[in-house]
Design a protein around this ligand. Structure first.
Ligand code: ADP
Ligand code: ADP
Ligand code: ZN
Length: 218
């Protein structure tokens, strides 16, 4: 099954994808995680992306599409994937459709995680992530077992450079301008399922599984 998770920054896409990838045994990727890994490794992609990322701007489409398509191509043996944070623009969505169509494939379902703006800001302002595996935590809503240490891999937890007030403001603006229109794009294709992203992490995870089961039984 090929699934996209759409939703504004802080909606809980990464948190949910890391649960879903285990629950339905399907590989997943986050374009943001890929960019942060490239930055850590100081690759060409990482160096080109970092100026955009720290200001809360989108990385240009050509670079982003190339990076994500390389990831997708590496999973030709698998019959699906979960995408978190890609596509985020109309050209990215079209490029993804075209690449899949060449293999007679397509997206099966797009889940749109809906969360109000005040809650997004609360979530982003307390987010900490693992330097090693990139899993995200929240200082009050989803704290790690030991402060500052990842439950999964014992990596160091840190606050992302772009989770400060100015960059968050910019990212939300960019989301409404560039990414929100994709809701309509996928809705017109009959692929969209709206999911309420408020409530506990477990409640949201149950709604997502429900949304996927109901969409495949139609
Ligand atoms: P995204 O990938 O959409 O930007 P994350 O999964 O990183 O979002 O979640 C953003 C922040 O909100 C993190 O600190 C995470 O721990 C927290 N979070 C995620 N889901 C919930 C939830 N249902 N309730 C409260 N906090 C949440
Ligand atoms: P969030 O958790 O806020 O949804 P991500 O970790 O997905 O953020 O993305 C962090 C940053 O990486 C974005 O602000 C942007 O600079 C860059 N990025 C990630 N995915 C994309 C994409 N599909 N297109 C362009 N830039 C992207
Ligand atoms: Zn970790």
């Amino acid at each position: 099954m090929r699934v996209i998770l759409l939703g504004p920054p802080g909606a809980g896409k990464g948190t949910q994808v890391s649960k879903l990838t285990v629950a339905i045994n399907t590989p997943s990727v986050s374009s943001g995680d890929l960019f942060r890994q490239h930055q850590k490794d100081q690759t060409d992609i990482g160096i080109q992306a970092q100026n955009y990322m720290k200001r809360g701007l989108l990385v240009p489409d050509d670079l982003t599409i190339k990076m994500v398509m390389e990831w997708i191509d590496s999973y030709t043996d698998s019959d699906g994937f979960l995408l978190d944070g890609f596509p985020r623009t109309y050209p990215q969505a079209v490029a993804l459709d075209e690449a899949l169509r060449q293999n007679n494939e397509g997206i099966d379902r797009v889940l749109n995680l809906k969360v109000g703006i005040d809650e997004l800001i609360n979530r982003l302002s307390g987010r900490i992530i693992c330097r090693n595996c990139q899993r995200s935590y929240h200082l009050t809503y989803a704290p790690p077992i030991s402060p500052g240490v990842c439950n999964e891999c014992e990596g160091e937890l840190y606050e992302r450079e772009d989770d400060n007030r100015d960059a968050v403001q910019k990212r939300l603006e960019v989301y409404f301008d560039e990414t929100e229109p994709l809701i309509n794009y996928y809705s017109q294709k009959g692929l969209l399922t709206e999911i309420s992203g408020t409530g506990s992490i477990e409640v949201v995870a149950a709604s997502i599984l429900d949304g996927l089961v109901n969409s495949t039984s139609k």
